[in-house]
Design a protein around this ligand. Structure first.
Ligand code: C2E
Ligand code: MG
Ligand code: MG
Length: 544
């Protein structure tokens, strides 16, 4: 690199020098012409003509011509000097600026790579980087016939902290926890944040399972001293599940799932640390088998979408439908998203789940359009997928393959989840907005988004959380929140949707408050495709 720069430098110097030298030569030629002309004039006026003798005499006797004769040499010398100086100065400037640009590019590249592999809140490695490191460590352990351990740690009752002290303090606590964990876990070990209150620790070289338990004890001890948040002391307890290669599994998914089972038991029994053993599966059969079954359901045809309409308050038109995922489980019946979406988020299945939902929803959207039903399609996105760099391309590809216009797709992101990682969310939402899809903030009012953050987001809509809407008739403070949210949304230029509209009375009240659109059981329950198609044919709400 160094050699290339100096070569480039010398090349540039030569080019600039030759340019400057050319101008010095022009100067010399002009000076020579001036000498000839001046000699001819002097010869004509002072020595009586233009003969060779008179020209020679003028040159020999006229002191002014002698001075003029020196000019070409002055030009030659001056040109050479100035051209060298200029060329070197310009060359040096170019080299300086090139290295500045190079440093800037390197910093930007580093930031971009760092952002996809690290958690924005704690700056710890994220799920993606952890997975990569576990895969590498497994390869080495397999070759060297050595052991490694994966520890999964969850904080007990972290939700309480968030609910009582707010998300801001919840985040501060997570940062402090991360710092303490890092002080226990040294190279070559890795501590990562998987999301929410979950951390993972990879120990790539351990002599026996007991070694992993020792580290787990140290981690719990590090959290024993209370944390300080705004003058309050807060105690934090954690539960750790441990799996060891080769005893408990030989691939990253199995090790992670089994560590999750062990952590679940540790949390349930308040036992602090639990090392996985197959016996544990009997205590949490549902949890373990569900993970495997969910993977199959996503790959096969175990999932279905139900659709719930959104109605424009002023016109009474059904403008969009929201796709809500269900799992038709052979034993447990129809499972609701809250029973399996969090599981998908924890185990890395959320990416294929989201892809499945997007594909199915867009397929349905295109099919309805073919039958003359032109409806926008709303799909819920988990914030876990917002850190997936492929998301925008996946969405673009699916829109193209189903021939659906981007404006017809509305992606809903829950407000509280958005606040877990504001810069990353902003970056991804901007990318999604740039491909033309519409964005909506779901469950608005449950997070703590600041006005300045909100005004930066490229969203077009907020959905007031149903908890405020459902009892706004009897609960005065909820009614005030709904009114204030509608005004806030309108002041920010956003469309405001209310979810959880269960009665006509609520609908009328929302209409009076200027709410733009409504969704809820009063209009229609979420229905399977077959039921939705017959409902829409006989409903009194109009279709566009
Ligand atoms: P959400 O996006 O806020 O969806 C609205 C939820 O409220 C739905 O619950 C819907 O059935 C329910 N709902 C609608 N109208 C009323 C009403 O008038 N009263 C009451 N009490 N409830 C009403 P559901 O289908 O159980 O979904 C729950 C949440 O699960 C959704 O909340 C969404 O955050 C998540 N979810 C659903 N489908 C998906 C999905 O495909 N991907 C992801 N990541 N999350 C999903
Ligand atoms: Mg939603
Ligand atoms: Mg909602």
């Amino acid at each position: 690199m160094e050699g290339q720069t100096s070569q480039m430098f010398s090349r540039n110097v030569l080019v600039l020098k030759s340019k400057a030298s050319r101008h010095a030569i022009y100067g010399m030629v002009i000076a020579a012409c001036a000498i000839v002309l001046a000699t001819m004039l002097v010869s004509t006026y002072h020595y009586g003509g233009l003969s060779f003798e008179s020209l020679l005499q003028a040159q020999q006797e006229n002191a002014a011509l002698w001075l003029l004769d020196l000019m070409p040499f002055v030009f030659a010398f001056w040109g050479q000097y100035v051209s060298s100086m200029m060329a070197f100065e310009a060359g040096a400037m170019v080299v300086d600026q090139t290295s500045e640009l190079r440093a800037l590019t390197t910093a930007l590249e580093y930031e971009a790579i760092h952002g996809t592999t690290h958690d924005a809140l704690t700056d710890l490695p994220n799920r993606v980087l952890l997975r990569d490191r576990v895969v590498q460590a497994l390869m080495i352990a397999q070759q060297e016939k050595s052991r490694l351990a994966l520890l999964l740690m969850g904080l007990n009752e972290f939700k309480e902290v968030n609910n009582t002290l707010g998300h801001y303090n919840g985040d501060r606590l997570l940062k402090q926890v991360a710092t303490r964990l890092q002080s226990v876990v040294r190279e070559p070990n890795t501590v990562a944040r998987l999301g929410g209150d979950e951390f993972a620790i990879l120990l790539p070289q351990i002599a026996d399972p007991e070694g992993a338990t020792d580290v787990a004890r140290k981690l719990l001890r590090a959290l024993e001293a209370p944390f300080t948040l705004e003058g309050l002391t807060v105690g934090v307890q954690a539960s750790i599940g441990i799996t060891v290669f080769p005893e408990h599994g030989s691939d990253v998914d199995v090790l992670q799932q089994r560590a999750d089972v062990a952590m679940y038991i540790a949390k349930r029994d308040k036992s602090g640390i639990v090392v996985y053993s197959p016996k544990l599966d009997q205590h949490s059969p549902q949890r373990l088998t569900l993970m495997g079954e969910l993977r199959q359901a996503i790959g096969g045809n175990g999932l279905v979408l139900h659709y719930q309409p959104k109605v424009d308050v002023k016109t009474g038109h059904i403008t969009e439908v929201e796709a809500l995922v269900r799992w038709e489980h052979p034993q447990h019946g129809l499972m609701q998203p809250e029973d399996f979406v969090p599981l998908a988020e924890r185990t890395g299945l959320v990416k294929p789940l989201t892809r499945w939902v997007l594909n199915e929803a867009l397929h349905q959207c295109a099919e309805w359009k073919q039958h003359g039903l032109d409806l926008g399609m709303c799909v819920n996105l988990s914030t876990h997928v917002l850190s997936d760099p492929e998301l925008a391309d996946t969405v673009t590809g699916l829109l193209a393959s189903h021939n659906v216009a981007p404006q017809q797709l509305i992606l809903e992101i829950t407000e509280s989840m958005m606040m877990a990682d504001p810069p990353r969310v902003l970056q991804m939402l901007s990318r999604l907005a740039s491909i033309g899809v519409r964005l909506s903030i779901d469950d608005f009012g449950t997070g703590y988004s600041s006005l300045s953050y909100m005004s930066k987001l490229p969203v077009g809509e907020i959905k007031i959380d149903q908890s405020f809407v459902i009892d706004m008739i009897n609960n005065d403070s909820n009614a005030k929140i709904v009114r204030a949210t509608i005004d806030l949304g309108h002041n920010l230029g956003l469309r405001v949707v209310a979810e959880g509209v269960e009665t006509e009375e609520i609908l009328e009240r929302l209409k009076a408050l200027g709410c733009d659109a409504v969704q809820g059981y009063y209009i229609c329950y979420p229905l399977s495709e077959t039921y939705f198609s017959s409902w829409i044919k006989q409903t009194s709400w109009s279709t566009v």
